[in-house]
Design a protein around this ligand. Sequence first.
Ligand code: ZN
Ligand code: FE
Length: 253
Amino acid sequence: MPLEIVTIPCRADNYAYLLHDMATGATAVVDVPDAAPISAELSKRGWTLSDILITHHHDDHISGVPGLKAETGARIIGAAADAHRLPPLDLAVREGDTVSIGATDGTVIDVSGHTIGHIAFSFPGAVFTADSLMALGCGRLFEGDPATMWASLRKLAALPGDTLVYSGHEYTADNATFALTIDPDNPALIARARDVARARAARHPTVPSRLSLELDTNPFLRATAPEVKAHVGMTGASDAEVFAEIRRRKNAF
Ligand code: ZN
Ligand code: FE
């Protein structure tokens, strides 16, 4: 892989990621919950920050941006649609735009739903999804409706199956408990829930996860599966309707 990726735990359960382009030494960060742990990791590795990539406007993803910008002068990249509620952008992007970290090109995907204007950054082998597609879950719908989030998840589901999904929070253990109420007989989910419990007991991150595993076990992506439709009593309903019902149940869980 052309990018070396470093996971940085921030705050209670947020993740930020460093993306280091090995060919050029360019280094980006995806989201800045806090500046301090990111600066510390950069100096530990001797890396110079070139780019700050913002997924969405929530405080737990951007509050460290001004400090990190002041310290590094890195280029700030975020959604044009959200420019009015993000720190000042040096590059405003839309779906389909290319974002280059040194010699490595990524693509912007609009993944609105959790918020309107939430974007994901897709690089070869890795997609940064923050609070859209998450490990065994998806973000709560603060601004978008279920149809919007469903369309966003379908775009992510169409990426190559071996893509690693880097989401914004360590929520996987709770997500697994909920997933088992929707898809209790899925052997891949049962096995994954066990793996997640073991990883968390050892305080290991459960993020990133492979997209193919999400397709097999994430109850929101599994809204297409006949057995999931049957389990929620919606045989014959559309995928988007079943997704909406699963999201409704998660809100009440
Ligand atoms: Zn958020
Ligand atoms: Fe968040």
